[in-house]
Design a protein around this ligand. Structure first.
Ligand code: SF4
Length: 467
C-alpha cells in the first residue's frame, strides 16, 4: 500500500469538515461542554488532544468536570487487563450522568475498543455508551457525533484493515510549552507479550514535511520541549517511499532555530543505529537522553519475547551511546517474571543493570495479556516475581544513587514545569536529560528555562536552588 493510499481522500477530508459544521448547527451555538478522560500512554494523551481539538472546532468548551459535560469521551488503554477493567469501571460511573442528563453523549475510544470482544461488551452491557471508535479512526469522531446527535443508532466501529494517516486534525494542546508530536502510528514488531500491534495496526509514518511543519509551528509559538511519539520511532519511514529515515528526520528538525529541546519515544533496540546516535551527539536541540527498553538481560528470554536482538547487540548500542555522549541520561524498561524466566535468566537481567548502570529503570511485573502469545506460556509464580522485583528495585536504587551523587553542586539548565505534584511549595523542572529537579521559586517561571544549582542529589529526584 503506497504512502499516498494511506492518506485520507479529499472526499473523506470534506466529510470531516461537513460533519463538524453540521454538529455546530445541531447545537445551535449553545455552549456545550466536553470532558475527555485519558488512560494509558503519551500516544493516548496526544490522541486526546486531537479529540479535544475536533470538539473545540465543533463549538464545545473543554471542562474538567464530567458532571456538567454535554459530551464525555473516554480514551482507553489495553496494555494490561487491569487498565481495561479500570476504564470499564470509570465508564460505569458515567451511567448516573446519563440518567440525570439523557441528552448527554458518551463515547469510548482508544486501544480497548479496537478489540471486538470489548466493543461487544460495551454494546451489550453499557447501553448508555453512544458510540465507539478505535485508535486509527479518530478522524471519524465528528461524523459519529453528528449521526448520534441527529438521533441515529448507537455505533461501534472496528479498526479498518488498512488504516489511514489523517493529517490536519485540529489539536487542543493542554500545555503551552510542552508538546507531543506523533510521527508514526502502529507497530510491526509483535513482541510476544504486547497487545499494541493488534490494537494500533501496522506501522504508518507521517510524511516528513507535515512533521517538520508542525514542529516549526510549535517552536515559533514558543514551545520549549517537543516529544516525538511512535511505538517504534526508529523504524520511521520504513513503510513509505519517501527517502527519510528517523536519523534524517532528526537532522532536518534540528535545523529549526530557537531555544527548545527535542525528545522522542519509544525506541526499539533492533532498529537503533550508530547513525542515530551520531545525529543526537552532534545536534543542537536533541536531548542527550536515551530510553532504550531492554526488557531482559537474558537471550533465551529475549527470544521468547520475540524482541529480535541479543544482549550483545544491545550492549553494542549502549557502549556506543556512552562513548559518543558520556553525559547521556540512559533509561530502560524491564519486565520481571516473564514466562519461563529462570533464576539464572533473572541474574542476567540484574547483571545487565550493573553493566549498563541506568539512570532510571521502569520495571514491570509480567502479567498475562489475553490475545498475546506469552499469555499461553508457562507462568512464573507470583511470589517469585515479587522477590525478583524487590531485588531489582534495590539494585537500581543503589546504582541511581551512585549516578546522581556527582550532580551535587552542579549548575543545571532546567525547564520549569510548574508546581510540584509531590512537594508542596516547590517548583518542578526537567533537565536536558529529563531528570526531575525540585526548587523554590515563583510559579510565573513555568514554561521557562532557568538555572538551578543542585544542593541535594537523590537517587531519582534532585533538589536545588534557583540561580
Ligand atoms: S515494539 Fe514490542 S512492546 Fe513496543 S509496541 Fe511494538 S510490539 Fe509492543
Amino acid at each position: 500500500m503506497s504512502f499516498r493510499d494511506k492518506q485520507l481522500t479529499e472526499k473523506e477530508k470534506a466529510g470531516i469538515l461537513r460533519a463538524a459544521e453540521a454538529v455546530k448547527q445541531i447545537n445551535g451555538g449553545k455552549r456545550q461542554r466536553v470532558f475527555v478522560r485519558t488512560f494509558g500512554c503519551q500516544q493516548n494523551e496526544a490522541d486526546s488532544e486531537k479529540i479535544l481539538g475536533m470538539a473545540v472546532n465543533m463549538g464545545y468548551v473543554p471542562t474538567e468536570d464530567a458532571d456538567i459535560a454535554d459530551l464525555i469521551v473516554i480514551n482507553t488503554c489495553a496494555v494490561r487487563e487491569h487498565a481495561e477493567k479500570k476504564a470499564l469501571s470509570v465508564i460505569g460511573q458515567y451511567k448516573h450522568c446519563k440518567r440525570r442528563k439523557p441528552e448527554l453523549v458518551i463515547a469510548v475510544c482508544g486501544c480497548m475498543v479496537s478489540q471486538l470482544h470489548r466493543t461487544d461488551e460495551l454494546k451489550n452491557k453499557y447501553p448508555y455508551v453512544d458510540f465507539t471508535f478505535g485508535t486509527s479512526d479518530i478522524h471519524l469522531f465528528p461524523q459519529l457525533l453528528e449521526e448520534r446527535l441527529k438521533g441515529g443508532k448507537r455505533s461501534f466501529t472496528l479498526p479498518p484493515d488498512e488504516p489511514a494517516v489523517a493529517e490536519n486534525i485540529p489539536i487542543h494542546r493542554l500545555s503551552s510549552y510542552r508538546a507531543w508530536v506523533s510521527i508514526m502510528y502502529g507497530c510491526n514488531n509483535f513482541c510476544s507479550y504486547c497487545i499494541v500491534p493488534y490494537v494500533r495496526g501496522r506501522e504508518r509514518s507521517r510524511c516528513p514535511e507535515e512533521v517538520i511543519k508542525e514542529v516549526r509551528g510549535l517552536v515559533e509559538a514558543g514551545y520549549k520541549e517537543i516529544t516525538l511519539l511512535g511505538q517504534n520511532v526508529n523504524s520511521y519511514g520504513r513503510d513509505c517511499s519517501f527517502d527519510c529515515n528517523f536519523s534524517e528526520l532528526l537532522r532536518r528538525l534540528d535545523k529549526i532555530d530557537g531555544e527548545w529541546i527535542l525528545r522522542f519515544m519509544t525506541s526499539h533496540p533492533k532498529d537503533a543505529s550508530f547513525e542515530l546516535i551520531d545525529v543526537i551527539a552532534g545536534s543542537k536541540h536533541i536531548a542527550h537522553q536515551f530510553h532504550l527498553p531492554a526488557q531482559s538481560g537474558s537471550d533465551p528470554v529475549l527470544k521468547k519475547m520475540n524482541r529480535v536482538y541479543t544482549r550483545e547487540k544491545y550492549m553494542e548500542i549502549m557502549n556506543y551511546i556512552k562513548a559518543k555522549m558520556p553525559d547521556c541520561v540512559i533509561t530502560t524498561d524491564i519486565i520481571v517474571g516473564f514466562p519461563g524466566e529462570t533464576d539464572e535468566d533473572f541474574e542476567k537481567t540484574l547483571d545487565l543493570l550493573s553493566s549498563v548502570r541506568y539512570d532510571m529503570v521502569f520495571s514491570f511485573i509480567y502479567s498475562p495479556r489475553k490475545g498475546t502469545p506469552a499469555a499461553s506460556m508457562e507462568q512464573v509464580p507470583e511470589e517469585v516475581k515479587g522477590v525478583r522485583m524487590k531485588k531489582l528495585l534495590d539494585l537500581q536504587t543503589e546504582i541511581a544513587s551512585e549516578l546522581s551523587a556527582p550532580y551535587g553542586g552542579r549548575r543545571l539548565r532546567v525547564l520549569c514545569c510548574g508546581r510540584s505534584q509531590t512537594d508542596e511549595g516547590m517548583l518542578e523542572g526537567r533537565t536536558e536529560g529529563n531528570k526531575t529537579v525540585l526548587f523554590e521559586g515563583d510559579a510565573s517561571l513555568e514554561g521557562r528555562f532557568v538555572d538551578v544549582e543542585v544542593t541535594q542529589a537523590g537517587a531519582f529526584v534532585l533538589r536545588g536552588k534557583l540561580i
